[in-house]
Design a protein around this ligand. Structure first.
Ligand code: ADP
Ligand code: MG
Ligand code: MG
Length: 247
């Protein structure tokens, strides 16, 4: 599904990704772990097409389509979802409005008819329920005054509504208490653990992986994958640290 080959990328002219290769098949959940500054977020942003992240070599394809030929919104329409380490606040725009606009923009890009008000509300309620989010909460401005956990849960509601093929989730577990962690983990499983979908979890800690069991774990250091293994690798990292395991 997602095939990354020898990816090289710079941020502010500084080389960050230095030949990263990774293949993710449908039905698989992968986790990328690594020390601060390793380039984990840069990988997500580069695949998502964030301005300022320049591809200087290598390729990335989603179901055979060259991602780097597409604008960011076209990548989303092609089925790529990026969850952010720091979700943005948008004063003046309610979350339901934001969700409906993004769902319909994506449907338009896919050549599908927009959702009616009723259809959208039914979908939003279903996904909000999965994340134990009150619909009243989603009537508030996007993320304004939301706790860390509420931001991440709201983001998972958005993921449920957009129904991506592959989700790249950057530190979805950061700032979550135990309950929010479990709710987000269960939400990710309910929405994305399907034979036709895939997930790339970017995380520092093993704890999210207790809820969302990865099939493969990779260590990213110095801009490339330096080690890959099964779920046991995450436990090994937690116990011994990156330096000992990835050296
Ligand atoms: P991680 O997510 O693994 O902690 P990042 O991908 O955020 O790492 O950052 C990788 C490196 O790129 C770091 O050294 C960071 O300082 C640098 N970097 C990230 N964004 C910028 C930027 N906008 N300008 C300059 N350097 C940046
Ligand atoms: Mg970091
Ligand atoms: Mg990061």
């Amino acid at each position: 599904m997602l095939e990354i080959q020898n990816l090289q990328a710079t941020v502010a002219d500084k080389p960050i990704l230095k030949g990263l290769s990774l293949t993710i098949n449908a039905g698989e959940i992968h986790a990328i772990m690594g020390p601060n500054g390793a380039g984990k977020s840069t990988l997500g942003y580069t695949l998502g097409g964030r301005p300022g992240y320049e591809v200087t070599g290598g390729t990335a394809t989603l179901d055979g389509t060259d991602l780097f030929e597409l604008e960011p919104h076209e990548r989303a329409a092609a089925g790529l979802f990026l969850g952010f380490q720091y979700p943005v606040e948008i004063p003046g725009v309610s979350f339901v409005q934001f969700l409906r606009e993004s769902a319909n923009a994506q449907r338009k890009a896919r050549g599908e008819a927009p959702l009616s008000g009723g259809e959208f509300l039914k979908l939003a309620k279903e996904k909000a329920g999965l994340l134990r989010m009150d619909m009243d909460m989603l009537k508030r401005p996007v993320n304004v005054g939301f706790s860390g956990g509420e931001k991440k849960r709201a983001e998972m509601v958005q993921m449920g509504i957009l129904d991506p093929k592959i989700a790249i989730l950057d530190e979805t577990d950061s700032g979550l208490d135990i309950d929010a962690l479990r709710i987000c983990g269960e939400g990710i499983n309910a929405i994305m653990r399907k034979p036709e979908k895939a997930v790339l979890l970017i995380t520092h800690y093993q704890r999210l992986l207790d809820y969302v069991k990865p099939d493969f774990v990779h260590v990213l250091a110095g801009g490339r994958i330096v080690k890959s293994g099964g779920p046991e690798l995450a436990l090994e990292l937690e116990e011994h640290g990156y330096e000992a395991v990835a050296a």
